[in-house]
Design a protein around this ligand. Structure first.
Ligand SMILES: Nc1ncnc2c1ncn2[C@@H]1O[C@H](COP(=O)(O)OP(=O)(O)OP(=O)(O)O)[C@@H](O)[C@H]1O
Ligand SMILES: [Mg+2]
Length: 323
């Protein structure tokens, strides 16, 4: 197979912190690869090493067949990077930002202008083209950021938590853009804390925790690791949450969880769903949602790590110093 990105044994330390503790990756050309993990897992560090912005202490990596250290300048010609934090110049307009990047990449003034205009149109930013980026909404900034990373028509695109802070609609728009890029043959390495996002976009996912890949596979393979399915019951009346929890626990024999006004419980026996329905009916409980589905990646993460992705210790941002 042809791999756009390969990494072997990447180790990177920051003082006493081991951000990468030996990471191997192989990303087939023309696919989306998801790097999934909680705060501080090492996702951004991995991206920075692969994008030639940071050197690994150990191990090596290639992008498009070029070594990220020895052939860094070749790698830079192939890649685009949308960082975790906005990188556009706030004082420039949308169009000026893209024009500047085009010029820095060596495009003629006319070509840079043309490319900027095209990307602004693709990203539904034409109307805002002549406004300073500081007046953009968060979603518009994110789109401008992504557009900026595409000016050079990269073959390999790194997207570091591209949808953090976006509303569901903007998130969906961005997913569509990523899908369109991949159908054009671009390889995408996507980091995310959204298990659903990796599930939506990635053909293959590596789950990272504390600088290590702790599991890898297709979304389906990862979901299959938890076995079973999940039953979700959301009562119309929140006052029924307690009764619903009791019924779900009794019928399934497992311990239900209550979150966001819904009860979820692991289910292994297909008979559980009808049994729960008849018990709810007998108790005259109306439900707003009743669903049986394959385990979510959230549940996969829990079963792999023993903790939920969201439970990762807060405060990693405070430890961060810019390198
Ligand atoms: N420049 C740096 N100096 C010191 N420590 C760093 C530096 N960059 C990263 N780290 C530490 O390395 C670990 C991994 O950080 P990294 O930014 O790669 O995580 P992440 O998976 O991208 O997390 P997040 O989801 O919060 O973006 C963290 O403990 C972080 O504090
Ligand atoms: Mg990060």
């Amino acid at each position: 197979m042809d791999y756009a990105i390969r990494a072997e044994g990447l180790v990177r330390r920051f003082g006493a912190t081991t951000a990468l503790a030996g990471v191997d990756l192989a990303v087939p050309t023309g696919t989306v690869f998801g790097l999934l993990g909680p705060n501080g897992a090492g996702k951004t560090t991995a991206v920075r090493v692969l994008a030639t912005l940071l050197r690994a202490d150990e191990g090596h990596a290639t992008v498009g067949g070029f070594d990220v250290v020895r052939d860094a300048h070749r790698v830079r010609q192939l890649i685009g990077l949308t960082g975790q934090y906005a990188s556009v110049d706030e004082t420039l307009t949308g169009a000026e930002n893209l024009l500047l990047i085009g010029r820095l990449l060596g495009l003629s003034r006319a070509d840079a202008k043309q490319r900027a205009r095209q990307l602004l149109a693709d990203f539904q930013l034409s109307d805002a083209a002549d406004r300073a980026a500081k007046t953009f909404s968060g979603g518009m900034r994110r789109r401008l950021d992504l557009a900026a990373s595409l000016v050079g028509r990269p073959q390999v695109l790194f997207l570091d938590e591209p949808t953090t802070g976006l509303d569901p609609r903007s998130r969906n728009d961005l997913w569509d853009i990523v899908r369109a890029l991949v159908s054009d043959g671009v390889t995408v390495l996507l980091t995310t804390q959204y298990l659903e996002e990796a599930d939506q976009l990635a053909g293959e996912i590596a789950v990272v925790d504390h600088g290590r890949v702790i599991a890898q596979g297709t979304p389906e393979e990862l979901k299959a690791k938890t076995g079973g399915q999940t039953l979700t019951v959301r009562p119309s009346d929140l006052a029924d949450l307690g009764t619903v929890t009791a019924i779900a626990g009794e019928v399934s024999g497992a311990t239900p969880e209550v979150a966001q006004n819904a009860v979820t419980v692991a289910v292994n026996d297909p008979g559980v769903l009808p049994a729960v329905v008849s018990r709810l009916d007998a108790a005259e409980i109306a439900v707003a949602e009743l669903a049986l589905r394959g385990a979510s990646l959230d549940e996969v993460f829990l079963s792999l790590t023993g903790h939920r992705a969201e439970d990762a210790e807060a405060g990693t941002d405070l430890e961060r110093t810019s390198a």
